[in-house]
Design a protein around this ligand. Structure first.
Ligand SMILES: NC(=O)c1ccc[n+]([C@@H]2O[C@H](COP(=O)([O-])OP(=O)(O)OC[C@H]3O[C@@H](n4cnc5c(N)ncnc54)[C@H](OP(=O)(O)O)[C@@H]3O)[C@@H](O)[C@H]2O)c1
Length: 296
């Protein structure tokens, strides 16, 4: 049988070693990396990978899109998909900075906990996203909004950038996302007071919410954090927390390693789908969320 080959493209100077390891461990025989790739170069590289193999081996060829920009990765994914020609169609997967699989895992664990502890679904849930301008936060917001949640992007430097981000999300996905200022501890407290779920996707090593803010948040049901580097993003939510009590109003916490466990299996699972599928796949955060829900 022909070898499974994964071509890994990034617009950045380096391909993520994390993703290379994940792809190899998931079963790809050959992994090749391409750096500093522009959007305009994606179609040519895709066709170069595609035409060199017999049609029967097309699905044993994969293209992975990395980087640090969710929208650019989706544009690259679309450019690759548009350049495919029957019967040579190969499989495609975008997961920039691991963000799609991380956001998917975060929402899947939160969804499971929200149902089990509070009997509620994501539809209609009020979700505040801290670190919204990062790839993980943006993807988490889009997944939540597509599930019918009332999502708010919280800006750590005011509302200007998160407003532009919400407009771009509306243009691309047709969902409304609110915005709020989170530049000061007081402003973050105001946000927490009206939200049931706080998703913390801020930069590694940055504490966003402290214990006093959590204690004051009477509406809060779940605080989830993906930052695994001390100080953790939410005071009182430890790395392995998976529904542990939090604060004075019956909330629970979900920590970075509880989410990371599902993230790891989601990314690995999507790579495995690529190596095993008889049909060409085009995988993004939606497929990541669908798989993460089965793993959470
Ligand atoms: N647990 C897991 O499995 C897993 C997997 C992948 C990533 N992660 C973690 O997920 C988090 C988000 O990843 P990412 O790639 O999206 O990170 P990122 O690019 O570093 O950005 C995260 C967000 O944090 C914001 N930020 C920067 N400095 C801040 C500050 N002083 N106060 C508050 N917010 C600040 C950024 O704003 P700007 O736009 O201004 O930069 C951005 O909105 C990181 O902690 C990362 O380590 C976890």
């Amino acid at each position: 049988m022909a070898k499974t080959i994964l071509h890994m493209l990034t617009p950045l100077a380096h391909m993520s070693p994390f993703d290379v390891n994940m792809a190899a461990d998931a079963g790809f025989d050959v992994v090749a990396t391409y750096t500093n790739v522009s959007l305009a170069e994606v179609a040519g590289l895709t066709q170069d990978a595609m035409f060199s193999r017999a049609p029967r081996d097309a699905t044993r060829t994969g293209l992975f899109i990395a980087g640090k920009d969710a929208f650019l990765a989706l544009d690259m994914l679309d450019a690759a998909a548009k350049s495919l020609l029957k019967p040579f169609e190969i499989s495609l997967f975008a997961d920039p900075a691991g963000s799609f699989t991380t956001a998917a895992a975060m929402l899947a664990v939160v969804e499971k906990t929200y149902a089990a502890r509070f009997g509620k679904t994501l539809a209609g849930a009020r979700i505040a996203i801290f670190g919204a301008t990062g790839v993980v936060g943006t993807a988490a917001g889009v997944i939540g909004a597509l599930e019918g949640a009332e999502v708010t992007f919280v800006g750590h430097d005011g509302i200007a950038r998160v407003t532009r981000l919400a407009q771009e999300v509306k243009r691309r996905f047709g969902v409304e996302i609110g915005v709020a200022d989170g530049a000061t501890a007081q402003a973050r407290g105001v946000v927490l007071a009206v939200n049931e779920i706080a998703l913390c996707a801020a930069k590694a090593g940055v504490r966003v919410l402290d214990a006093a803010q959590i204690d004051a948040a009477s509406e809060l049901k779940i605080a989830a954090d993906v930052n695994a580097v001390p100080p953790l993003g939410v005071e009182g939510v430890e790395l392995h927390a998976n529904g542990e009590p939090l604060g004075r109003h019956g909330a629970v916490g979900i920590g970075a390693l509880a989410i990371g466990n599902v993230k790891y299996r989601t990314e690995s699972g999507l790579f495995k789908q690529m190596t095993e599928s008889g049909k060409p796949l085009k995988l993004d955060f939606r497929h990541a969320f669908a798989l993460a829900r089965t793993l959470a």
